[in-house]
Each structure stands twice: as structure tokens, then as C-alpha cells.
Design a protein around this ligand. Structure first.
Ligand code: FAD
Length: 286
């Protein structure tokens, strides 16, 4: 099922993200965890694409098997980084043959030496290429706090509008820990003429290292309230996990209370985290 159709329905959607393994020997463990998450009946599941195309085969295989075995709609990711036109043609053909209707198109993070051999510079270039060739529903990324490389938020929005105009059917945000940043971004995006559905990306933080890593990569603001939680529970793994699930659940409840209908949870292959959030929302979402 096309995600764009799902998002047209008058209902709240909740989706989960998983990432594929780096090595074949871990495939079954990742697949089992993903299928457990799928058994909670999310509206769809996304499968990320390893940096530089390192997991191309596993992304496709995991997405195809998830769809076949669980019936949950899937959204495999693909990046410009590491992708020649021939590679994109091959991946797209694979998804069409597997009757997968959606693809998330990203630029990918640049390698540290900044040298990349690829045919597509920006996500919008790859989106336009795929749109011309196929009928896939295309998702793209957006950044409520601005992308780390962007000179300012207005430039970022200008390029985001170009990305949508290139054929992006919906957007998913990078994680944020302060909902007001998301509400402000939503207002500015609509003012800029960006009218596709925007899914709020929520990352449950279940350990302090995960927070440090995520923030270093993305530059996401950590509000004092959340920093105090992490500082207090960092050395107590079970308490940190519980607090992280509750914080993410509260963010989601506040989003829904403010009219946001589409939530994407970065569940990081952790069924217990996905389940914890769903339990906290059991009367709210279903
Ligand atoms: P773009 O849209 O190309 O933007 C990148 C930068 O270029 C921005 O600063 C933008 O303002 C600027 N820009 C855009 N167009 C132009 C233009 N025409 N001229 C000049 N500047 C321009 N990474 C992975 O490797 N694998 C994944 O599976 C993955 N999944 C993700 C999912 C989500 C929801 C998000 C938010 C991010 C994900 N990422 C993933 C990370 C993403 O690849 C990085 O954030 C990357 O640095 C930017 O990707 P993008 O698609 O937003 O790029």
C-alpha cells in the first residue's frame, strides 16, 4: 500500500523504523526483532540504508521479507551517496518486482573525506530521477532545527520546497526532543508552500551514549528537562530505558493533542521499546 494513501485517511498513524544488519550472520536476529515490531501492527515500517550504501542488499531483503511475512507496508530507504544510476535502477526494479510501493530517498551522510563518487548530488536529484521512472510513493527527510550543513533555516526550507516539488509525497522529520521546535517548523513549512504530510520523527532515548551519538550527528537541541532525566538515570540502565520510553510517549501524546496525526518512531530494532510506547498509548491511538 502506498503510504501517501494511508496518510490521506482520517486517522492517526504510527510507524516504526528498523535498520538492517551490517553482516549476514546478524540478518536473522534483525529480521526476528523487526517481525516482532511488525506484530504490533504499525501502519508501516521503514528500513534504513547503511552509510555509503553499505547495507544495500540487506535493506532490500529485509524490506521484502517483512512485507511478505507480515503484510505490513514497508518503506525501504535509498541514498545518493554510494548510488550510481545503474544501482538506483537495480534497487528500484527490485522494489517494483517485490510489489513494494514506497521508497524513502535521502542524500546520505557525506564520508569524512568528503569525496563521493555518485550520480546524484542532492536528495531532490534522486527523487526527480525515480519519479520520472516509476510510480513509487516517495518520502524525504526534513529538519525542524535546520540541517547541520545549512547556512540558515530559510535556505534549508527553500531546498526542502525544491525537494517536494521534485516529487516527494511526504516528509519525515529528524528526531526532536522539544515539540515546540516541531510546531514552529510546521508553521514555517506551510508558510513556505510545503503542503505534503509531515511525519513527526520521535526517537526514544534509552541510554546516555545513544543520546550523545545522536546529538553529535544531528545537532538536535536537548531541552533542560530531558537533560536532567538523562543525567539522573544515565547510570541506571533499566531506569533510563523506562524514562526514555515515557518521555517519547509524552512527546507523542502532546503531538496528538495538538492535532499532529502522523508519528514515526525510531525504534532501532528494539521490540520492547516499541511495545512500551504502544502500551503507554493503548487508549489514545487504538
Ligand atoms: P538533502 O535534501 O540533499 O539536503 C542535504 C543538504 O543540502 C541540506 O543542508 C540542504 O539544505 C542542502 N541542499 C539540498 N538541496 C540543495 C541544492 N539544490 N543546492 C544546495 N544545497 C542543497 N542516512 C542514511 O545514510 N541512511 C538512511 O537510511 C537515512 N535515513 C534517514 C531518515 C530520516 C527521516 C532522516 C531525517 C535522515 C536520514 N538519514 C539517513 C540521514 C540523511 O542522509 C542526512 O541527514 C543527510 O546529511 C541529508 O540527507 P537529505 O536527504 O536530507 O539531503
Amino acid at each position: 500500500m502506498k503510504i501517501s494513501k494511508l496518510l490521506e485517511e482520517d486517522k492517526i498513524t504510527l510507524s516504526f523504523e528498523v535498520f538492517p544488519p551490517k553482516r549476514a550472520e546478524s540478518f536473522d536476529a534483525v529480521k526476528n526483532a523487526s517481525e516482532t515490531i511488525a506484530s504490533f501492527h504499525p501502519d508501516f515500517m521503514s528500513v534504513t540504508y547503511g552509510a555509503g550504501g553499505s547495507t544495500a542488499g540487506f535493506t532490500a531483503e529485509l524490506a521484502a521479507e517483512l512485507k511478505k511475512d507480515t503484510g505490513v507496508p514497508v518503506l525501504p530507504h535509498l541514498t545518493c551517496v554510494g548510488s550510481s544510476k545503474e544501482h538506483v535502477d537495480h534497487m528500484v526494479e527490485t522494489y517494483v518486482n517485490e510489489q513494494i510501493d514506497n521508497i524513502m530517498v535521502l542524500r546520505g551522510d557525506l564520508p569524512s573525506d568528503g569525496i563521493v563518487e555518485h550520480d546524484f548530488e542532492h536528495a531532490s536529484d534522486l527523487i526527480a530521477y525515480i519519479k520520472e521512472k516509476t510510480d513509487l510513493c516517495i518520502g524525504g527527510a526534513c529538519y525542524p532545527e535546520g540541517h547541520v550543513e545549512s547556512r540558515n533555516k530559510n535556505m534549508d526550507l527553500k531546498y526542502l520546497k525544491a525537494k517536494v516539488d521534485a516529487g516527494c509525497d511526504f516528509l519525515t522529520t529528524q528526531m526532536f526532543f522539544d515539540n515546540n521546535i516541531f510546531y514552529n517548523f510546521l508553521y514555517r513549512a506551510r508558510e513556505a508552500g510545503i503542503n505534503v504530510p509531515i511525519l513527526a520523527g520521535i526517537m526514544p532515548i534509552t541510554n546516555a551514549k545513544q543520546l550523545a551519538r545522536s546529538v553529535a550527528l544531528s545537532g538536535t537541541n536537548v531541552p533542560e528537562r530531558f537533560r536532567a532525566i538523562v543525567d539522573t538515570f544515565a547510570d541506571h540502565p533499566a531506569a533510563m530505558k523506562q524514562a526514555g520510553i515515557v518521555y517519547a510517549s509524552e512527546q507523542i501524546i502532546d503531538l496528538i493533542a495538538n492535532g499532529v496525526k502522523h508519528i514515526h518512531v525510531y525504534s532501532m530494532n528494539k521490540p520492547d521499546v516499541a511495545e512500551g510506547i504502544l502500551n503507554n498509548l493503548s487508549e489514545i491511538i487504538r
